[in-house]
Design a protein around this ligand. Structure first.
Ligand code: ADP
Ligand code: MG
Length: 723
């Protein structure tokens, strides 16, 4: 299928689509966690001492005794076979940001020719998927090519269903034989541990002697688009690059706001209900669903969980969304900006930290004492975000997210913090207390009256801020819809570990000198606000004034991936990653190289696809129409009728522009061979992006001129509004 026929056929197929269902299935609540080898399943199936050890590892971060793996393996295998599994897969999270699986059969022929189910502890603990084609940023030379998966006890195994047989999936980490991280999971686990250690130390200073592991929690709001698959298959750009490289903005866009929270179309609702059921089976607590701002755009948010588990669940959720959408004849687009000029998709990562004993440490609490502890954690976050804003920006960098950040729908590339009026006021008071140096003057006394009991939900929101306090958590709004939440969570954990340690050191020094805790906290927080308060911004992050003001405040504005990713190897960042044992300088450099490699590759593929579609689909349509206009004009002239032909002039001019732009793009593509991943990325950004933009400028105008029946690509209007 190609050309105008496919577009017409697509529209016909879409408008006659009927939702098919198998009737009303069992209640949702009965399905929750059914496919999960959960703690409750383990409790039933494991010897008591084994269960206790595994539970302690999962819930309290205790070290895992490898000798117990045999018990778990047997129980897991029996359970999986009962669940209809024929295979098992070690699931891991390579640097591509995707999810990878290596499948093995449970069955092994024995000497008598029969088949035995074989699954020992060592198979559970470690796999060797080879998987040498995953990007590794130079961490795996050919002579040291081995990559291993290692069982992550903290994330439960689960059954993946398929009509032809089920698979036991075991979440793992993926490392090289030298122990270097080749995945997104290893640093997440390491950073969680580092943050926990520092948070526990600080809590002890607040008099909590019985502190359990502190975990970071994450709740990710996932935005996405749905379009009918017929349109998708009629758009080679969507198929190859996951975004539309062409397409004029529709005359009716999202200006009317009639889609936001509007009634959900039947087919989409059917998809959402089935998606919820699939997620529930996997123990993923999917909760909210609604239409988003742009037509065709929706959101799903599971209830927050331990960030390590939330990460695995989020990855599984993205895979499941794509799979279920296909059952309803739709494509789920997770790209950050599938349609230019239409709102993009983000993945707001809500995070907090706490544990069963202390609860949520970002909950302001009702008493001044709780407030004091809460404010200290907030102070740690303020310092962390100010000191390492560049790292936070790097953690969300990709070619696709660059389209979204700062595009009037998503926070700008400047990383600032929104505190809300109430908290802002409290920190202002803290700062003033320092300015006068007089606690006696009664400006601030952390333990007493001047500190108002903080309300859990102050109600004010600032949707333009990349890092906003929302009552009992922070919401990091810059991550893109297609990204793993690992990178942002790793960054948050590491920079928090650093600030928590800084604060504990400072507090201890004062306490040792005989200062009481409230005074010490006041002193430390005051220093933090004075030194790092520039990162706090409650105003409109979308405004031009903010760009200027942020620059005056010395905040970084790293607009593109190329500017941002180098932050990963800045001396300050390397220092803290190494200090907390999260990633070595070599591992960080490898990550940086992989991001650049992908960035350059993404743009190169987009450039080639742009050139091809322009050449083989759009230019032919434009020339045909030009020919029709020209021959009509000639016939009329022959008949002695003189006619004005502005459209013919216009189309001729645009075709000339397009030709010119095509030559520039072809040259650009041919010139793509940089000295390093960085150079190549820079070239792609500075040469390929403008060259593609020039082509698009001409073609999007042509779309408004060329006869509709000749136009080869489904339009924005068609794709976004026909569901
Ligand atoms: P909104 O769109 O108003 O920001 P949603 O209800 O769509 O809110 O999503 C909020 C997300 O934040 C959910 O995933 C929710 O579970 C999560 N969340 C709520 N409380 C916390 C918390 N204390 N820590 C981390 N995430 C949280
Ligand atoms: Mg939301």
């Amino acid at each position: 299928m190609s050309g105008s026929m496919s577009r017409r056929q697509a529209i016909k197929a879409v408008t006659t689509y009927e939702v098919k269902t198998d009737g009303f299935p069992e209640p949702l609540a009965d399905t929750f966690g059914r496919n999960v080898f959960s703690l409750s399943v383990m409790k039933k199936r494991l010897p008591k001492h084994v269960y206790k050890a595994v539970a302690a590892t999962i819930e309290a971060g205790a070290a895992m005794d490898a000798a117990l793996a045999d018990y778990v393996a047997v129980a897991m295998k029996d359970w999986a076979l009962e669940m209809g599994a024929t295979h098992y897969a070690h699931v891991f999270y390579p640097l591509t940001g995707l999810t990878a699986e290596k499948h093995d059969s449970f069955l092994e022929p024995d000497s008598s020719g029969a088949s035995l189910a074989e699954f020992a502890g060592k198979t559970l603990l470690q796999g060797e998927p080879d998987a040498s084609s995953f990007p590794n940023g130079g961490l795996r030379g050919t002579f040291e090519a081995r990559g291993y998966t290692g069982w992550d006890v903290t994330s439960p195994a689960y059954i993946m269903e398929n009509p032809n047989g089920n698979t036991l999936c075991i979440p793992t980490i993926f490392i090289s034989w030298t122990g270097e991280a080749l995945d997104k999971k290893t640093p997440l686990l390491r950073s969680q541990q580092a943050m926990s250690k520092q948070a526990m130390r600080l809590l002890k200073l607040f008099g909590h002697d019985d502190v359990d592991t502190v975990v970071s929690y994450a709740g990710a709001e996932q935005e996405y688009f749905l379009i009918d698959e017929h349109f998708y298959y009629a758009r080679p750009d969507l198929m190859t690059t996951s975004r539309t490289l062409f397409g004029a903005k529709p005359s009716k866009g999202q200006e009317f706001d009639d889609h936001y929270f509007g009634a959900i179309p039947d087919r989409v609702l059917a998809f959402m209900i089935e998606l919820d059921r699939e997620l529930f089976k996997q123990g993923i607590p999917s909760k909210t669903r609604h239409n988003e701002v742009a037509p065709g755009q929706f959101e799903i948010a599971p209830v927050f969980e331990r960030s390590v588990l939330a990460h695995d669940h989020q990855q599984l959720m993205m895979t499941t969304m794509k799979r279920v959408a296909e059952r309803y004849g739709m494509k789920c687009l997770l790209h950050e900006k599938p349609f230019a000029g239409v709102n993009g998709s983000g993945k707001h990562v809500n995070f907090s930290l706490g544990n069963a004993n202390q609860g949520n440490l970002l909950n302001p609490g009702d008493t001044p004492h709780e407030n004091m502890q809460f404010l200290t954690f907030c102070g740690a976050i303020i310092r962390a975000v100010h000191k390492y804003g560049g790292l936070l920006r790097a953690a969300v960098a990709s070619a696709s997210n660059d389209h979204r950040l700062g595009a009037n729908e998503a926070p700008p590339a400047i990383i600032s913090i929104f505190l809300g009026d109430q908290l802002m006021d409290v920190f202002d008071q803290i700062a003033k207390g320092g300015a006068t140096g007089s606690k006696a003057a009664g400006i601030i006394e952390l333990g007493v009256d001047t500190l108002p009991p903080l309300k859990a939900d102050p109600g004010d929101r600032n949707r333009t801020s990349p890092f906003a306090f929302t009552g009992n958590r922070f919401e990091y709004r810059a991550p893109g819809s297609n990204q793993s939440i690992s990178d942002p969570m790793v960054a948050i954990n590491v920079i928090l570990a650093d600030s928590l340690e800084f604060i504990s050191d400072a507090l201890e020094k004062q306490l040792d000198a005989g200062v009481d805790l409230a005074d010490a906290v006041q002193q430390v927080l005051m220093e933090i606000v004075l030194e790092h308060g520039a990162v706090i911004f409650n105003g409109n992050g979308y405004s031009d004034e903010w760009q200027e003001e942020a620059a005056a405040r010395g905040l970084k504005n790293l607009r593109t991936t190329v500017d941002a990713v180098v932050e990963y190897t800045s001396p300050e960042v390397v220092e803290i990653f190494e200090k907390y044992g999260v990633l070595s300088a070599r591992e960080l450099k490898a990550r940086e190289d992989v991001i650049f490699e992908y960035y350059a590759l993404t743009l190169l593929v987009e450039a080639k696809e742009t050139a091809e579609i322009a050449k083989t689909m759009i230019l032919p349509a434009a020339i045909r129409y030009q020919g029709e206009l020209a021959s009509t004009a000639a016939s009329l002239k022959a008949a002695g009728i003189e006619m004005q032909t502005p459209v013919l002039f216009e189309i001729t001019r645009l075709i000339t522009d397009l030709h010119g732009a095509m030559v520039v793009l072809d040259d650009g593509i041919a010139g793509m061979h940089g000295e390093s991943e960085y150079e190549e990325s820079k070239y792609a950004r500075d040469v390929l992006i403008p060259a593609m933009a020039a082509i698009r400028a001409a073609t999007d105008k042509l779309e408004g001129i060329v006869a509709d029946d000749l136009w080869p690509l489904p339009t924005y209007n068609e794709m976004l509004t026909i569901l």
